[in-house]
Design a protein around this ligand. Structure first.
Ligand code: GDP
Length: 170
């Protein structure tokens, strides 16, 4: 069933936790350090989505730290049905870059299902943005906000469930 298959891209500056999020969701593991493969990597995961009462096959693409190379990102974005735009609680540049990631995905894929993810909420005492600033940005961009901790597996499944539901509605 093609309807129940969705390619999801995870965007955001280097270091925000994109690879960790993909591995957490698809493999159920978290590691602090591991070697990234060069180029575009992808993982697959079948997950029952409560809101749809159906199993969805997620295909997750990771740029593996090659965010800045256009030739790679073209392949990366092609056919994407949904996107996670992520930033880190402890990295102001990654927060400031959210708008440009949004513009990039819109330019490549149009108006696909998206949400905003604030990752590393376990590091909230080192936060470089206030909750109000984050909520204001989400509102301004018209994106639902999820606060995640990939490390402790908080809210990760919810992000992908939401995207599948939103994609289905579009
Ligand atoms: P990417 O460059 O966006 O793919 O980011 P990575 O997945 O490589 O993660 C960058 C670093 O952040 C790694 O050391 C991860 O272990 C760490 N990291 C990812 N998610 C979390 C989290 O929720 N909390 C904490 N404390 N560290 C995290």
């Amino acid at each position: 069933d093609f309807d129940r298959e969705i390619k999801v891209v995870v965007l955001g500056n280097g270091g925000v936790g994109k690879t960790s999020m993909i591995r957490r969701f698809c493999k159920g593991i978290f590691t602090d350090e591991y070697k990234k493969t060069i180029g575009v990597d992808f993982l697959e995961k079948a997950q029952f989505v409560d809101a749809l009462q159906e199993e969805v096959r997620f295909m997750l693409w990771d740029t593996a730290g090659q965010e800045e190379f256009d030739a790679i990102t073209r392949t990366y974005y092609r056919g994407a049905g949904a996107a996670v735009i992520a930033f880190s609680t402890t990295d102001l540049d990654s927060f400031k870059a959210v708008q440009s990631w949004r513009e990039k995905i819109n330019a490549e894929c149009g108006d696909i299902a998206m949400c905003l993810v604030q990752n590393k909420v376990d590091l909230i005492d080192r936060a470089v943005v206030t909750p109000e600033e984050v909520e204001a940005l989400a509102r301004q961009l018209g994106l639902k906000l999820y606060r995640t901790c990939v490390k402790e597996n908080i809210n990760v499944t919810e992000v992908f469930g939401y995207l599948a539901e939103l994609h289905h509605k579009k």
